[in-house]
Design a protein around this ligand. Structure first.
Ligand SMILES: NC(=O)c1ccc[n+]([C@@H]2O[C@H](COP(=O)([O-])OP(=O)(O)OC[C@H]3O[C@@H](n4cnc5c(N)ncnc54)[C@H](OP(=O)(O)O)[C@@H]3O)[C@@H](O)[C@H]2O)c1
Length: 268
């Protein structure tokens, strides 16, 4: 780990550069926006070559351009991660460009679910939550794991949510899907630890991205602060900083953990 990049306004994290990551190839699903895009930038600043996934070609192109603008190396890796055939084609394209992937960040998530009473959850919204959070993570891990196993090294990060850690007002299907991501992470960590691969999970609470800002007017953000002992909501850089640590050799004796990056809102 070497000199730090200031990540913005005071109180926000410094994102160190992790030299051991330089030259590695990472896939970031959901790297086209929000938390994923900020993490792609932080990875690139550590010299990681980043394959940036999402479904919207314009958003992917913007994230690739942002990495190029800081002198990093990135390629577009479009795919709907809830579609196994698309994920397999994505692996083939990345492989043709850079060879095997060393780091997998399965960050894609979302879906159409809304926080409504259980009896009002539509089948479509339920399936959307499961498909876009849990199944997409499974397809990503299943497809890219052979790359890591072949080399006997690498690290995987999955993306949960405070909605999986407590009944917090998040859509029930989303919370259930993210809780599934946590168990999938532990299962895989147990399975591949002896083969030199670490698997951990990041679990953020309220992180201000373009999407969440659109849903949380400033008054609502101010009300929420009472639930966060550290007195602010999260930034994408908070998640990026924790992610780089969990991917680097700085965390070489950590696997199977869920790291709540949540300003103290979640203490488990
Ligand atoms: N922001 C928060 O407060 C918060 C809190 C807890 C957990 N999280 C989790 O953190 C992750 C990122 O959240 P965010 O707030 O940064 O969201 P965001 O800005 O809406 O970005 C979501 C990203 O996931 C991609 N994505 C969604 N479904 C996909 C699919 N099926 N296949 C491929 N890509 C897909 C989107 O790509 P396209 O738009 O191009 O399709 C986009 O790049 C998600 O897993 C989310 O559940 C966020």
């Amino acid at each position: 780990m070497t000199n730090a990049d200031a990540a913005g306004a005071s109180g926000h994290p410094m994102i160190p550069r992790f030299d051991d990551l330089a030259g590695r190839v990472a896939l970031v699903t959901g790297g086209s926006r929000g938390i994923g895009a900020a993490t792609c930038l932080a990875l690139a600043r550590s010299g990681v070559r980043v394959a940036i996934n999402g479904r919207d070609p314009d958003a992917i192109a913007a994230s690739v351009a942002a990495v190029h603008a800081v002198g990093g190396d990135a390629i577009a890796a479009p795919a709907d991660c809830a579609d196994l055939a698309q994920v397999e084609r994505m692996r083939q394209r990345i492989g043709e460009h850079w060879g095997a992937v060393d780091l997998v960040l399965a960050f894609a998530g979302g879906g159409t679910g809304r926080p409504v009473p259980l009896q009002d959850i539509s089948e479509q919204d339920w399936r959307s939550s499961l498909d876009n959070n849990l199944t997409s993570t499974f397809f990503t891990l299943r497809t890219f794991l052979p790359d890591l196993l072949e080399r006997g090294r690498g690290a995987i990060l999955t993306m949960a949510s405070a909605g999986a850690r407590m009944a917090s007002g998040a859509p029930a299907g989303y919370g259930a899907a993210k809780a599934g991501v946590i168990m999938l992470t532990r299962h895989l960590a147990q399975e591949v630890g002896p083969r030199g691969i670490r698997v951990n999970c990041i679990s953020p609470s309220a992180v201000l991205t373009e999407r969440t800002r659109a849903h949380l007017p400033p008054e609502r953000q101010a009300q929420m602060l009472a639930g966060f002992p550290l007195g602010r909501l999260g930034t994408p850089e908070d998640i990026a900083a924790a992610s780089l640590f969990l991917l680097s050799e700085a965390s070489s004796w950590i696997t199977g953990v869920v790291l709540d990056v949540a300003g103290g809102r979640i203490m488990l």
